[in-house]
Write a protein that binds this ligand. Structure first.
Ligand SMILES: Nc1ncnc2c1ncn2[C@@H]1O[C@H](COP(=O)(O)OP(=O)(O)OP(=O)(O)O)[C@@H](O)[C@H]1O
Length: 394
């Protein structure tokens, strides 16, 4: 049940739940400021000493300040569960943001203009559901699970691009993926709520070469959508901002450890915010490698060294960034697997199909960056987020 009051914060609504807790929209009763409050839960009951220790560790996050890193304002303990109070981001996850297109925004704007709320904004949940369902080919769990009447988010802020001419041809029809139900997450996959729908990929396999993963064919319409210049432009811009955020947290001795599309939000000013950095380490240190029986972090984006439980540095986050980029360029993860063991084997032993073998017209520069990021040996990757930034700016 949703609590009404957590410390001095009045809980207004649930923004969503992830692997390690629930995020609420809340109001700071002292300042009347809206905040996002993440209450950790789902793990083994924590004694209050352990919760307080965790909260002290979280406090170090409050010292960080960067335009691309979500600001942590406060920490506390509620009924033996630690919580974090953060800047409330009125925005979309990276995947939702890339899915938006000018035409959709304009139609949203006209259909919503009559039913606009008093504040003149559209519901974020509407935007998220529309974006996820109509373009990226899956209904994300977070948009599906968001409560109706969720946060306010002004879509018109993204509506500056001209609509694409041949929208009708590129839309997925009722037999397409938009009509499909969301895929239930397997617990071992972690908690990324931007899970792709494997049913999207139906055509036969090709084999790229010995030892390589088979290449599945994509529909022309889907590839065209992934390569839409406006989308690729947004992707590059967002990647540059993510690099800035990573350079900052790495310079502060932190490793994100759970970088994934749902931990990257984009606000109305197209400003990217990285969330949940460092939490995985604090949880791993305090609760062992598991919380609620799961490994902390999302398997799909984990670097080989993270899977092996080796010491990590910023290059592990760069690997995760590479997986994200690969997915956003091809519409699928580099390694398809049916079990954690299968996934780990593939991450450690096999090479993913080349991005350009799946998406022939993909941006070659981005494809090069993706492949260098997902090299198995950290020494073979870009060594710093700054290097990635430079490669993207060439
Ligand atoms: N600071 C914030 N402002 C606005 N929305 C937020 C904020 N932090 C999280 N959210 C939203 O709350 C939801 C749940 O977030 P949460 O971080 O718990 O889930 P997750 O990222 O899917 O999983 P995990 O806990 O494994 O990181 C997501 O939809 C996210 O977009």
């Amino acid at each position: 049940m949703r609590p009404n009051l957590i410390g001095p914060y009045r809980v207004l609504e649930t923004l969503g739940s992830g692997g390690i807790g629930t995020v609420y929209r809340a109001l700071d009763a002292r300042s009347n400021e809206a905040v996002a409050l993440k209450l950790l839960s789902g793990g083994p009951a924590m004694d209050s000493r352990a919760a307080k220790r965790l909260v002290r560790e979280f406090e170090t996050l409050a010292d960080l300040s960067h335009p691309n890193v979500v600001k942590v304002y406060d920490t506390g303990v509620f009924q033996s569960s630690p919580y974090l109070v953060m800047e409330l981001i009125e925005g979309l996850t990276l995947r939702e943001y890339l899915s938006l297109r000018g035409e959709e925004l304009l139609s949203q704007a006209s259909s919503a203009s009559n039913s606009k709320s008093a504040s003149g904004s559209f519901l974020r949940t509407q935007a998220a559901a529309s974006a996820s369902a109509s373009v990226e080919g899956s209904v994300s769990r977070e948009s599906a699970s968001s409560e109706a009447g969720g946060g306010l988010f002004d879509l018109s802020a993204f509506a500056e691009e001209a609509p694409s001419e041949d929208m009708a041809a590129m839309r997925f029809g009722s037999s397409g993926s938009a009509a499909r139900l969301p895929v239930q997450m397997e617990p071992w996959l972690g908690s990324d709520s931007d899970e792709l729908d494997p049913l999207d990929f139906e055509l036969p396999y090709d084999v790229a070469g010995p030892g390589a993963e088979p290449v599945k064919r994509e529909t022309a319409a889907r590839l065209e959508e992934l390569n839409r210049p406006e989308r690729v432009g947004r992707l590059k811009d967002a990647l540059l901002q993510i690099c800035e955020a990573l350079a900052y947290i790495h310079a502060h001795g932190l490793v994100h450890r759970d970088l994934k599309p749902s931990n990257i939000m984009v606000d109305e000013d197209r400003q990217v915010r990285l969330m949940d950095f460092g939490l995985a380490k604090f949880l791993a240190d305090d609760a062992g490698m598991t919380l609620d029986g799961r490994m902390v972090g999302t398997f799909r984006y984990m670097s080989p060294e993270q899977i092996l439980g080796e010491p990590l540095d910023g290059r592990s986050d760069l690997y995760s960034l590479g997986v994200i980029l690969y997915e956003l360029m091809t519409g699928r993860p580099p390694f398809d697997a049916k079990s954690p063991v299968d996934l780990w084997h593939k991450v450690l032993e096999t090479e993913p199909p080349p991005v350009l073998a799946i998406n022939q017209n993909g941006d070659p520069q981005l494809a090069r960056v993706a492949h260098r990021l997902i090299r198995k040996e950290p020494d073979d990757r870009f060594q710093t987020a700054e290097e990635v930034y430079e490669a993207l700016s060439e």
